[in-house]
Design a protein around this ligand. Structure first.
Ligand code: ARG
Length: 458
């Protein structure tokens, strides 16, 4: 038999395969609350504008409220013939209130509904991810404050470059997360318009009030073009882009945790709660959570690519292709929320071996730049010459197998007579980090100031 909702012109129903490829209920049931919310707003508007009678709308609204109660308590009974969440709601409503249910769909289309539901869903997802990112930032802030003056090696090319503070290093991720939040907030602003009332594509002859439904659903305004309202998913793509960027940030931190936890480095001890053992090697403590966050971050680019490819070249307005928009959005949200929770727990529980970090910071002649800077400041040597002189001192330390700071003053003056004993004051890692007081620099005071500023902002 043909479909109850749209089968008027059909003599026969769809094949089983057609039903299977066509149905989206398995995925879009996740938006049932948004769908009911949208329907209640639409129904209230139909009453307020006199398009439906107050009695019909009272029955519709009570029925929808009842369905919401049912589906909060237990699973939705899925029926592939009912295709999607929108038709499941209407069919259930008809079971409850009879004929009046058929009036709800006046002056609207499933195209409006799906665009509205997904915007509402993504808006909620953005708000939850913002909370997740803020929690991640707070965890980093706590650890950064604890280690505002703990010295570790700073790297470029993963080669020892200059000493930095652990607090400064962790705060770099707080800055990244702040921009991730900014991107999500920015996407939220643009998505917060209501497609409801586009009435499939062209608008409607019924005297609807789109401002009323927009307001009721917390949108800033109705979408201004009915074709655009139902046929763009740029808001979802922006969401996925933001997720991707946040995921990239998390994957870099995850990679650092993996490196830091490796025995030759020994910078951190992984928390029991966020690591696993080996079935054969009893000594093992593996950074699985960090590795999985690192690996899962690939999903975001996949999701973005997937939806971008769906949208590419679609003519206006709605095409069924767009039904494929939800899986990437839901997957990206789930993965980012879980990755954030895992990295937050990981950061909270990491044990930092500050002694190892400090010892490593002193290796690799990491204060060579301080020697060059000293020559510039105290002896008026042009930086290029100071760089060259320091390079020779490093070469000498290397042949001696000692640190720059362990060279005798005579060795240094033999390289350049302008080097004096005062230079040893700047060759320790503590002196090095303390001297970097420029705005945004690694000096403990700068780090503390930034922690305070970010606490106020978060
Ligand atoms: N299940 C559809 C989707 O998710 C709803 C819109 C259906 N519209 C239509 N004209 N068939 O995109």
């Amino acid at each position: 038999t043909s479909n109850k909702m749209w089968g008027g012109r059909f003599a026969a129903g769809p094949s089983a395969v057609m039903q299977e490829i066509n149905a989206s209920i398995g995925v879009d049931k996740r938006m049932w609350q948004e769908d009911i919310m949208g329907s209640r707003a639409h129904a209230a508007m139909l009453a307020a504008t006199g398009i439906l009678s107050a009695d019909d709308v009272a029955a519709i609204d009570a029925g929808l409220a009842e369905i919401a109660g049912e589906w909060s308590a237990g699973p939705i009974e899925e029926d592939l013939a009912l295709e999607d969440i929108h038709m499941h709601v209407e069919a259930r409503l008809r079971e409850k209130i009879g004929e009046a249910a058929g009036r709800l769909h006046t002056a609207r289309s499933r195209n409006d509904q799906v665009a509205t539901d997904l915007r509402l869903w993504v808006r909620g997802a953005i708000d939850r991810l913002d909370q997740g990112l803020a929690a991640f930032q707070r965890a980093l802030l706590v650890r950064a404050e604890e280690h505002a003056a703990s010295v570790m090696p700073g790297f470029t090319h993963l080669q020892s470059a200059q000493p930095v503070t652990l607090g400064h290093h962790l705060m770099a991720y707080v800055e990244m997360a702040q921009r991730d939040r900014g991107r999500l907030a920015d996407a939220r602003k643009r998505l917060n318009k209501s497609p409801l009332g586009a009435a499939a594509l062209a608008g409607t002859g019924f005297p609807i009030d789109r401002d009323m439904t927009a307001r009721a659903l917390g949108f800033d305004a109705p979408c201004a073009n009915s074709l655009d309202a139902v046929s763009d998913r740029d808001f979802a793509l922006e969401f996925l882009t933001s997720c991707m960027q946040a995921g990239l940030h998390l994957s870099r931190l995850a990679e650092e945790v993996v490196i830091w936890a490796s025995q030759p480095w020994g910078f951190v001890k992984l928390p029991d709660a966020y690591s696993t053992g080996s079935s054969i090697m009893p000594q093992k403590r593996n950074p699985d959570a960090a590795e999985l966050v690192r690996a899962k971050s690939g999903l975001f680019l996949g999701a973005l690519t997937r939806l971008a490819t769906v949208m590419k070249g679609l003519p206006l307005a709605y095409s069924k292709d767009m039904q494929e928009d939800k899986t990437p959005v839901f997957d990206a949200y789930d993965t980012l929320a879980l990755s954030l929770a895992a990295m937050t727990g990981m950061i909270e529980g990491l044990g930092f071996h500050t002694d190892r970090m400090k010892a490593a910071a002193a290796g690799g002649h990491s204060t060579a730049t301080d020697l060059a800077d000293w020559l510039v400041r105290e002896a008026g040597v042009p930086f290029r010459d100071a760089h060259h002189i320091t390079g020779r001192a490093v070469a000498l330390a290397e042949t001696r197998g000692c640190l720059l700071a362990d060279l005798a003053i005579d060795d240094l003056t033999a390289i350049d007579a302008r080097i004096g004993p005062g230079v040893f004051d700047v060759l320790t890692v503590d002196a090095s980090v303390a001297s970097r007081k420029s705005f945004g620099g690694t000096a403990p005071d700068q780090v503390r100031a930034r922690i305070a500023a970010m606490r106020a902002e978060i």
